[in-house]
Design a protein around this ligand. Structure first.
Ligand SMILES: *Cc1c(COP(=O)(O)O)cnc(C)c1O
Length: 366
């Protein structure tokens, strides 16, 4: 058993993994594997219908919005969003809050004019720009609700008067959201919703078909909506496992219940970072993410030692992203408060040990 704080693909609950593994050999007592049934069979149609209705309930998605299950990850959405929503002679506003936001910007530039209304690149994205202005003539405003690499997150919906589009890959299902405020929400599933290979898209009805451009059929949201995510073979197994995960989340009391747990987990870890003399948080306090907690060591050169120390205690996945260094602890829904307690104890134990070593070497003139 490992304490997995990896950033993605992230941890899934043990119950979900056990059920998922059973379905590989015998899906719902059909005597068939989930991997060898037709995606057009009633068996699988029921899975998709249940997945959709669970997403609708968990996120309180109103009837004004469609839910579809696609492939290609959030990165494909970086392109599909402007393809479908940005007129060739139009403008879109983007907020540059990290590598993912920036990739979305680069992709959108291939389809129209992009106005970057705010950026924190000069501070290595350790905060969220707040004083940006979005002019009313843009087709939409795009932002990233949780910046997985830097540990910053919007705990609120930015107030703009234009259609909102959001990349929620790393915090969807972690907190309550008001879907009615958005024209489009997308999320790669592998951070907090399910396995890699599935992308969830929530789209307001009536916003499609207004852009004059040739959109390849496979990238046209309308076809995926009309065909109820069955325009082509969907990510059958990934949808199935995500559905199990949505059932698990529903049994736990849904998004409101998990949000309280997520708040408690993040509070515990941030308190340790702030109290422990050896560690320091990297994101600006008011912009701290509850999903990805980033921090470094005050004393340089001890990072690898702490990683080894943690690994001996079965703690894994806490190395920072290659572009930031330090540490990143991901607290996705399946990570428990007990897991965080184990990590916090390790941090405390390590810093006490270091303090002793420093005192000892001072005493002995080392
Ligand atoms: C991981 C991540 C992505 C990239 O997702 P892919 O599924 O690998 O394309 C995009 N945006 C955010 C916020 C992410 O965390």
């Amino acid at each position: 058993m490992k304490y997995n704080f990896g950033a993605g693909p992230g941890k899934l609950a043990k119950e979900v993994l056990e059920e998922a593994s059973k379905a590989i050999t015998n899906f719902n007592n059909t005597g068939l594997s989930i991997l060898e049934i037709s995606h057009r069979s009633q068996y699988f149609m029921d899975v998709v219908d249940e997945a959709e209705s669970l997403v609708r309930d968990l996120l309180e998605v109103p009837e004004t919005h469609d839910i579809i299950f696609l492939q290609g990850g959030a990165s494909t959405q970086f392109a599909m969003v402007p393809m479908n929503l940005l007129p060739p002679d139009g403008f879109a506003a983007y907020l540059d809050t990290g590598v993912w936001a920036n990739k979305a910007i680069q992709e959108a530039k291939r389809f129209g004019e992009v106005v970057v209304v705010g950026s924190s690149i000069n501070a290595n994205y350790n905060f969220l720009p707040r004083d940006f202005k979005v002019s009313s003539n843009v087709a939409y405003f795009h932002y990233t609700s949780n910046n997985t690499i830097y540990g910053t997150a919007f705990s609120f919906t930015p107030e703009v008067t234009v259609p909102l589009v959001c990349d929620m890959s790393s915090d969807i299902f972690s907190r309550r959201i008001d879907v009615s405020k958005y024209n489009l929400i997308y999320a790669g599933a592998q951070k907090n919703a399910g396995p890699a290979g599935l992308t969830i898209v929530i789209i307001k009805k009536g916003i499609l078909g207004h852009v004059k451009r040739v959109i390849p059929f496979i990238f046209d949201y309308r076809l995926h909506i009309e065909n109820k995510s069955m325009y082509n073979t969907p990510a059958v197994y990934a949808i199935y496992v995500a559905m199990l995960n949505f059932r698990w989340l529903t049994r736990k009391g849904g998004v409101a219940a998990i949000e309280l747990e997520n708040n408690a987990k993040a509070a515990l870890l941030y308190r340790e970072i702030d109290d422990n003399p050896l560690f320091v948080g990297t994101a600006r306090t008011e912009d701290r993410s509850r999903m990805n907690v980033t921090f470094t060591m005050v004393t340089a050169g001890l990072e690898q030692e702490f990683l080894n120390f943690s690994r001996d205690r079965y703690i894994i996945g806490i190395e920072g992203h290659r572009s930031t260094g330090g540490f990143r602890v991901s607290l996705y829904n399946a990570v428990t408060l007990q897991d965080v307690e184990v990590l916090v104890s390790a941090m405390r134990e390590f810093s006490t040990q270091k303090e002793h070593e420093i005192r000892y070497s001072a005493m002995h003139g080392g």
